[in-house]
Design a protein around this ligand. Structure first.
Ligand SMILES: [Zn+2]
Length: 141
């Protein structure tokens, strides 16, 4: 997305946690604790991925995008479809996006990344040519 900025990637933390789970130091019941709200957000607003759940390996992960910001008023904290974000980014000057991956089977969930979207990003210099295509989750064929 054009106005995406201040991206924070949580993949290192995720990998460390998964190592703990695989070694048995952390129980799956501790990490597979998606709330009914998160599961229904995944069902109705989630973005399917082609990445298999790292815990149960039965279901592909779903990405849920939560948006936060003063300008959103009562919509702050809601899950939105990925397709709605560029529209909001052109309407609002700034809001936070938190991407959470969820397994709708076992309930595994983890923060994937967070970033800022909004018109304010358009004023920023064109010098950082960062490719925000990582959201797609890997190389396209
Ligand atoms: Zn799972």
């Amino acid at each position: 997305m054009r106005t995406q900025r201040q991206v924070v990637d949580f993949s290192l933390r995720r990998r460390a946690l998964l190592r703990e789970v695989q070694s048995g130091r952390v129980g799956t019941y501790e990490v597979c604790d998606a709330s009914p709200y998160l599961k229904s957000a995944a069902k109705f607003h989630g973005e399917p991925t082609d990445e298999l759940c790292p815990v149960c390996r039965r279901e592909n992960l779903t990405h849920v995008h939560y948006i936060y910001g003063d300008e959103l008023r009562q919509s702050s904290g809601q899950a939105r479809r990925l397709a709605e974000l560029p529209v909001l980014a052109m309407t609002l000057s700034e809001f936070h996006v938190y991407v959470v991956e969820v397994c709708r089977d076992c309930g595994w969930n983890h923060l994937v990344e967070q970033y800022l979207l909004g018109r304010d990003g358009l004023a920023a210099g064109p010098d950082d040519g960062e490719q925000p295509s990582r959201l797609r989750g890997g190389a396209a064929e």
